[in-house]
Design a protein around this ligand. Sequence first.
Ligand SMILES: C[S@@+](CC[C@H](N)C(=O)[O-])C[C@H]1O[C@@H](n2cnc3c(N)ncnc32)[C@H](O)[C@@H]1O
Length: 232
Amino acid sequence: MHSAILTLFPEAIRPYLDESILGIAQSQGNLRVDLVDFRNYTLDPHRTVDDRPFGGGPGMVLKPEPIFAAVEDLERTHGAFHKILLCPRGRTFGQARARELSRMERLLFLCGRYEGYDERIRAGFAWEEISLGDFVLAGGELAAMVVLEAAVRLIPGVLGCAESAVLESFEGELLDYPLYTRPREFRGMPVPDVLMSGDHKAVARWRLEQARTLTAHKREQAQVPPAAPDTH
Ligand SMILES: C[S@@+](CC[C@H](N)C(=O)[O-])C[C@H]1O[C@@H](n2cnc3c(N)ncnc32)[C@H](O)[C@@H]1O
């Protein structure tokens, strides 16, 4: 996969990209990441990427010109990218979409900042708008890392143990079961006996039961209305 990340803060995310799974995927040749500072596409002496909103209001808005120039330059050089616009308005990201994105040849991420994008940036390209959830981050960089990592670890050959991506939460209907490793007892908390039994069928049964219970519990919690605000 070839990914391009358009950001005003490439140095903030470079170290994360070079570690662990994303770093390994790059050294395997399964991933190429181009960090593109779209400030480099400004033409004015002040290298301006944002301006005040027409009509008034707080904050600054990302200008269209440098972003259009950056996207067009990348596509001219490498061919078309599947383009992802990170924003709270987008569709909430999930594992099913991560799996689909893992099969894409080229992904481009646009990381917003300040109050967000001039609307013509949205209109100018066929973006997939992705949100991480109903909260507001200061920028799209962390969201891009989340989406990229979730997709890249599903590229065949990236994970050490291919099975681990198949057995985990959200790949089936169920959340992952509880895991234990050595020591057998830690601060008075023992590992369940069944995991020491050597009985593979009993272990599989226990794990399935646990996964079902955890999944049902999480669904129940999701349906509980939020607590009333604290008025004290
Ligand atoms: C401070 S936010 C802008 C928020 C915008 N004014 C709004 O109310 O929707 C700056 C940037 O952070 C990123 N961002 C913030 N929250 C996000 C979320 N939940 N999911 C994905 N990206 C997010 C987007 O790239 C956004 O353009």
